[in-house]
Design a protein around this ligand. Structure first.
Ligand SMILES: [Zn+2]
Length: 125
């Protein structure tokens, strides 16, 4: 079990919500807090502002998919889904290099599994 590079709590204990979204924004997306406007993230350029109310990767699969794309592009990894232990209530996701080492996570929902797996990629880097 790895700890989050941002908040230092166990990644597998990250739940869907603002705290996890913030960890992913900072650690995975490389965004930073705005010096004045608390409701936005500053993206790759100062012209690129992301509204915290609208970017919810731990709950919204469209936003989570941006996280997938970022991890794949930054690390040349592939994405796989799996069914952990036949538990239909959980979904698993791994990032890996071909058939080699894989880093992943499980959660009740796909967006949260993606967020946890992405944080594990950086934590194990
Ligand atoms: Zn965290």
């Amino acid at each position: 079990m790895s700890n989050c590079p941002n908040c230092n709590n166990p990644i597998d204990e990250h739940e869907a919500g603002r705290k996890t979204d913030a960890c992913v924004a900072i650690v995975i997306m490389g965004w930073r807090p705005h010096m004045i406007a608390d409701h936005v993230w500053v993206g790759e350029s100062t012209n690129n502002l992301i509204n915290k109310e609208e970017w919810l990767p731990s709950k919204n699969i469209a936003d989570a998919w941006e996280v997938v794309e970022k991890v794949i592009q930054d690390n040349a990894m592939t994405l796989r889904w799996y069914n952990p232990d036949g538990r239909t209530s959980h979904i698993g996701v791994t990032f890996g290099f071909g058939f080699g080492n894989k880093i992943g996570a499980q959660a009740f929902t796909a967006p949260l599994a993606i967020c946890r797996a992405a944080l594990n990629v950086v934590a194990n880097d």
